[in-house]
Every structure is written in structure tokens, then in C-alpha cells.
Design a protein around this ligand. Sequence first.
Ligand SMILES: [Zn+2]
Ligand SMILES: [Zn+2]
Length: 124
Amino acid sequence: MKYLTQQCKLILAIIQEFGHMTAEEVYREAVKAMPKIALGTVYRNLNEMAQDGRIRKIRVPDGPDRFDKTVSPHEHMICPKCGGVLDLEVKGLTECLKEAVGSDDFQYDLSVNACCAKCRAAQQ
Ligand SMILES: [Zn+2]
Ligand SMILES: [Zn+2]
């Protein structure tokens, strides 16, 4: 593993604490601890760490990418109302995929668009 700069350590700590975040959200937290950090630095570090497998990048349709502390395969639910990203556990999905693919050597990225519990409650 590569040597981590102070900026990387800070960004990693923020993601560990808050979970799924956009680069801008990470930046807003990061400047509190490191007022001189630039948004571009945050973007670059996030993408590098995603490539290194320290964090996971989640592509969100019609929205900014999110960065996730959980790198193991898991599903996401994206709320079209508030843009919230939640972890979603689909029991048996990996087994189904293994059977369909015919091997366990694969990666997938599944996002489900659905209103989150908070937005559903607000609608009632
Ligand atoms: Zn929502
Ligand atoms: Zn996640």
C-alpha cells in the first residue's frame, strides 16, 4: 500500500465517519480540519483512493459520484427525492449472480432507485 499523505488520512477518516459522501461533502468537512485544502485535492485524493481500493466509488445517475467506506460488494438504494444513498442488502443475490455468471470471479455495481424511508414518511 502506498504512503498516505495527511490529506488522504483526513479524507479517509471523514468517509469512515459519515459513509456515502460526495466529493463536495467531503471537502466541506475537510476544510474544518485543514482550512487550506483545495476542492481539487479532495477530488484527486478520492479518485486515487478509489483506484487503490481503499474506498469505493459509486456512480449515481443524474448526480455526483459518492464515495463509500465499505469496499466489499454491496447494493445501494438511491432516493430520487433527497438524493440519499443507503446500503441495501439483497439476500442471496451474490449466489444468484454466481449461478448466472457460472463463476465467482466477477464484480457488479447495482443501484436501485427508490424513495427512502424518510421521504416516504414525509409523503404521508
Ligand atoms: Zn429520500
Ligand atoms: Zn455503501
